[in-house]
Design a protein around this ligand. Structure first.
Ligand SMILES: Cc1ncc(COP(=O)(O)O)c(C=O)c1O
Length: 388
């Protein structure tokens, strides 16, 4: 029986074929470092890395290619941006749907005197925008928020949040983990000051590569979290002030960047909208298919309005862990179970502490995959006593 991967929100799989090919070709045939060698192979690598920055700058409508910074994932990017920007005494707003990649750095910062308020969300994950104003304090400096929930797929109104930030002189930091390469993100039009991204989800690259795109005016306000050799201005022991070196110490993950480059080229070639439409159609098919079974409850939105291809469910009377185990062992279907690193989101959705079973769909999934998941989950729900 074919194994079916429906955990795309965790990491996308498979990748476009060009991703492993480019990574293997680099390791096998080229292998040299960047910003260090004065030979043509090093210049070739530098050019490809520059092209990757260009693709990301275009995708997010950044103001300058040099302001695209590579890190190892979005978690590192959020750490760099939050810890570099916020000082003791500062306050910020976050949504009640955030991932621990946002909340754990903030919990650490809270011990140093940074405070935060959670903007409430409805029980389907949608942001209560009208409550933002009342949460502002004289020391509020930032709004930091995910674009779409990794638990239930609900999309945040980031253009409106950007407008709010602009009107109140606040810095807007966006976590694009579940939307980059799927939904439009326009830093200029949406007044986003920094977008953090991760390469291995909907950007279709490998694990271990991520980054952020930052607007020029914010650069000097972020104190670098990490420092070290950059291959530039080697006569001094000071951190370079120029970009991207200010935030890119140490040897870079070049295979990762080259794999990400292929993911980005694939998105460009096939079209972000086409990819999004396919994911949407698969997600809609799944939502429609499980609708008839009243033992299955969709957590969050039941329609495709303002959502991405992430669907959490619970089955009446069943532990989500048992459901996921059945899906894996009996039906060969891989999903995620539990709290998905997002306790606050589950409190909002009233699924804490039990969690949910999460299905997430990607470009390389098929209608057959979705139909198999529908049939499996309905069977588990109807034969609950057999599995429990
Ligand atoms: C909304 C959100 N933010 C942050 C992350 C963390 O991503 P990474 O592990 O690639 O740093 C995830 C991963 O699931 C996520 O869904």
């Amino acid at each position: 029986m074919k194994r079916i991967y429906l955990d795309q929100a965790c990491t996308s799989f498979p990748k476009p074929e060009s991703v492993p090919i480019a990574m293997a070709a680099y390791i096998r045939n080229l292998g040299v470092n960047m910003n260090r060698g004065c030979y043509s192979e090093a210049y070739d690598v530098e050019e490809k890395v520059f092209e990757t920055r260009e693709l990301l700058c275009q995708l997010f409508h950044g103001d300058d290619v040099k302001n695209v910074v590579f890190t190892k994932n979005i978690t590192e990017s959020l750490n760099v941006l939050l810890k570099g920007f916020l000082k003791p005494g500062d306050h910020l707003l976050v949504s009640s749907m955030e991932h621990n990649a946002m909340m754990r750095p903030l919990t650490q910062l809270a011990k140093q005197g940074v405070t935060f308020s959670r903007i409430p969300c409805e029980s389907d994950g949608s942001l209560c925008q009208e409550k933002m104003e009342a949460l502002l304090q004289p020391n509020t400096r930032m709004v930091a928020m995910l674009h779409a929930s990794n638990v239930c797929g609900t999309v945040m109104p980031i253009a409106e949040v950007g407008e709010f930030c602009k009107n109140h002189g606040l810095t807007f930091l966006l976590d694009s983990a579940q939307t980059a390469g799927i939904l439009p993100i326009n830093m200029e039009e949406m007044h986003i000051d920094a977008v953090a991204f991760t390469g291995h989800k909907s950007l279709l690259g490998p694990q271990g590569i991520g980054g952020f795109v930052i607007k020029e005016h914010l650069i000097e306000k972020i104190e670098p979290l990490l420092s070290g050799g950059t291959g530039s201005i080697s006569h001094t022991e000071e951190i370079p002030e120029f970009m991207p070196d200010r935030f890119e110490p140490g040897t870079m993950n070049i295979p990762g960047i080259l794999g990400l480059r292929e993911g980005l080229l694939f998105i460009k070639k096939n079209g972000r909208k086409t990819i999004a439409e396919k994911e949407k159609a698969l997600t809609e098919r799944f939502l429609h298919g499980i609708k008839g079974c009243d033992r299955i409850q969709v957590v969050g939105k039941e329609t495709m309005h303002n959502r991405v291809g992430v669907v959490s469910i619970i089955i009446e009377g069943m532990d989500p862990a048992v459901v996921a185990d059945c899906l894996d062992r009996e039906f060969q279907i891989m999903v995620r179970v539990g709290l998905h690193c997002s306790p606050s989101a589950h409190k909002t959705l009233h699924t804490y502490p039990m969690g949910t079973v999460r299905f997430s769909f990607g470009y390389f999934n098929t209608e057959e995959d979705v139909d198999a998941a529908i049939a499996a989950v309905i069977r588990i729900a109807m034969e609950e006593s057999k599995w429990n």
